[in-house]
Design a protein around this ligand. Structure first.
Ligand code: HEC
Length: 185
């Protein structure tokens, strides 16, 4: 077979392919001018979700109410709180005189002034600007939503949302003390 014949065969194959694919397109072009096609909207319907205004961190979570947690503290479990503390251990020690990790040691944190662990030199300006001690309410509000409670702080943690877990955590943190603070009424 010389190259002239090969070219002819190849040309025939390409022509056949063009017809095969081209008729579909041609049909679309013809139908596309019909009335039905005009009524149908071109393109795909994309699922649209409301876009939060820039700067906001998504939709606002349900408002946190300490009043719902306070009564739970009487029956909350420090043992469960220790388990709920697992993700915190990456950054916090809890033993008396324990060292700082990424975050400060938390022994005696209930009732301690915010940003006052002597062994932690890296408190943020946001933390240093806080006044007064860690009350149960302040702790719960902070641990529920660290970024929202003290904007600009450097604790990279999303927050514990469950009231039951928060109550357990609070009584666990309270237990880390020589003289545990009285529970709120
Ligand atoms: C990724 C590391 C990280 C994780 C995880 C983390 N923390 Fe923190 N935490 C920090 C840092 C850093 C600070 C200091 C924040 C600042 O100075 O802005 C802090 C501060 C605190 C404070 C205030 C201490 C003080 O001396 O004023 C408390 C209380 C606290 N964390 C509790 C928790 C609890 C409870 C959890 C788990 C539910 C947790 N943290 C998880 C890093 C972390």
């Amino acid at each position: 077979m010389d190259s002239w014949i090969i070219n002819k065969v190849a040309g025939a194959v390409i022509a056949a392919l063009l017809v095969a694919f081209g008729t579909g397109t041609l049909a679309e072009i013809l139908v596309g001018h019909g009335d039905a096609a005009k009524k149908a909207k071109p393109g795909y319907a994309l699922p649209m979700t409301a876009v939060a205004p820039s700067g906001a961190a998504g939709p606002a979570p349900a408002a946190f109410k300490f009043a719902e947690i306070a009564p739970m503290l009487k029956t909350a479990s420090a043992e469960n709180g220790q388990a709920a503390f697992a993700p915190c251990r990456a950054c916090h020690t809890v033993d008396k005189g324990g060292k700082s990790l990424v975050g400060p040691n938390l022994y005696g944190v209930v009732g301690r002034d915010v940003a006052s662990s002597a062994s932690f030199p890296r408190y943020s300006a946001a933390f240093k600007g806080q006044k007064g001690p860690w009350t149960f309410e302040k702790l719960a509000t902070f641990i529920n939503n660290p970024r929202g409670a003290i904007p600009g702080n450097q604790m990279a943690f999303a927050g514990i949302k469950s009231n039951a877990d928060l109550a357990d955590l609070l009584v666990y943190l309270r237990s880390l003390s020589d003289t545990p603070a009285p529970l709120p009424n």
